[in-house]
Design a protein around this ligand. Structure first.
Ligand SMILES: Nc1ncnc2c1ncn2[C@@H]1O[C@H](COP(=O)(O)OP(=O)(O)OP(=O)(O)O)[C@@H](O)[C@H]1O
Length: 404
């Protein structure tokens, strides 16, 4: 199972430039979290701080009892072996083929035999749909394949914490959708704690269990995805809808006068915010195990549900009802007593109170959204592992794969 990452009161500056201050959050073990934020708000600096590559001036990052901010390089080196990092550009060595790029951490950090290295590399390449492309050079493959090669390399040391820095950058929307599914499928298979930094709303709204946002040198929010996705904070609302009206400007934050003028104009033009519909969170592809992190999250969120804003409570309950219905339907299709059958959890169905502190309303008051059919699967569930996620033109070659 993945490892919890606890961040407490973290602050980072470069000279006189404060990047962010007093950031506190917990990445729950085995769950997927996303950090959003406009460009330049310090998301990458945050990722690097988690692994001790950048040293914040204040605060702690606790992983397995080790503080990544203040510990010696020797201890950091040990803890870093728990991490798999997918860099923004893939960070592949241009002169090494994909096999050697992906084998690199194994050769650097372990004394495994060549046969074992080969087994691990081929397994991870298959997981990300790159089987058969071992001999290709990074310059010979598409951006999407480079991303997946970077992900395979992040996986070879069996990480318990995976950090992905803008995994979608440079990908078209379809490839981004496949990558989103790949990240969820990986989480189902290895139960690692994952943090994804992105500005991509499609990834952010369909992949994670938890979401946070950095803005104006502060963590605006961090918690269950439903909190951010129902938030009425102007900056969150603007970001989710990709609108110009709001506190985020082209290069800088806007001042109060500019914002007031914009809002007056928007009101004149009747540009009210459309309601943001929360998309369903992706489920693992057919044939994969259910996500253990999702099951733990369900218990965790239910235990704190009454501390959440009311719209978030309602969204949590709608989602849980839909998941319970989906699990029951899937179990029904497999037959009684089938593995994976989920008994409806009673607390799940308890609706949120109408107001914080109010008595719970009658069961069933939280509207159960009908569970939509999953978006079109690329290939039937019988497809072999690693191939099921990919569009036809991304399928790996069936044999060979040496440099062209
Ligand atoms: N080593 C460094 N020295 C000085 N300033 C730095 C350093 N690394 C990052 N910065 C500054 O920190 C700020 C935040 O950078 P960062 O790359 O973390 O932003 P980001 O939110 O990831 O942006 P984007 O979404 O555009 O990738 C920027 O102003 C950047 O110039």
């Amino acid at each position: 199972m993945g490892i919890e990452v606890v961040v407490e009161g973290l602050s980072k500056s470069f000279g006189r430039q404060t990047i962010w201050q007093d950031v506190s959050l917990t990445l729950p073990a085995g769950e997927v979290s996303v950090m959003l934020g406009p460009s330049g708000t310090g998301k990458t600096v945050f990722l690097k701080s988690l692994i001790g590559l950048i040293k914040p001036e204040r605060g702690r990052v606790m992983i397995n009892g080790v503080d990544m901010v203040s510990s010696s390089e020797r201890r950091l080196h040990e803890v870093r072996k728990l991490f798999g990092i997918m860099f923004q550009d893939g960070a592949l060595f241009g002169s090494l083929n994909l096999f050697e790029n992906i084998a690199f951490p194994l050769r650097e950090h372990t004394r495994k035999k060549e046969s074992e290295i080969r087994r691990i590399v081929l397994e991870k390449m298959d997981m990300v749909g790159l089987a058969g492309a071992e001999g290709k050079l990074p310059g010979e493959i598409s951006g999407g394949m480079r991303k997946r090669a970077g992900l395979a390399r992040a996986l070879v040391l069996d990480p318990q914490i995976i950090l992905c820095d803008e995994p979608d950058s440079g990908l078209d929307p379809v490839r981004t959708a496949y990558l989103s599914q790949l990240l969820i499928d990986l989480n189902a298979q290895i139960d690692a704690t994952m943090l994804i930094v992105t500005h991509n709303i499609d990834i952010a709204s369909t992949v994670p269990d938890n979401m946070g946002m950095l803005f104006r040198r502060n963590l605006v929010t961090f918690g269950p995805r439903e909190v951010l996705l129902t938030s009425e904070e102007p900056v969150v609302s603007q970001f989710l809808r990709g609108r110009r009206v709001g506190p985020i400007g082209m290069s800088e934050e806007k001042d109060a006068a500019t914002m007031a003028l914009e809002q007056a104009r928007a009101a004149e033009e009747d540009e009210d915010d459309d309601p943001f519909t929360i998309p369903r969170q992706l489920r693992p592809s057919p044939g994969l195990p259910p996500r253990q992190g999702a099951a733990r999250r369900r218990e965790r969120v239910l235990s704190l549900i009454h501390q959440l804003p009311v719209p978030a409570q309602q969204a949590v309950l709608e989602n849980l009802n839909a998941e319970t219905l989906h699990a029951a339907t899937a179990a029904g299709r497999r037959g009684p007593g089938a593995p994976g059958a989920v008994a409806p959890a009673q607390p799940t169905m308890a609706p949120a109170p109408a107001r914080p502190g109010a008595a719970p309303s009658q069961p069933g008051a939280a509207p159960a959204r009908p569970d939509p059919a999953p978006p079109g699967r690329a290939v039937p569930p019988t497809a072999p592992p690693g191939h099921r996620l990919l569009p036809p033109d991304m399928q790996p070659p069936s044999t060979g794969g040496g440099p062209r």
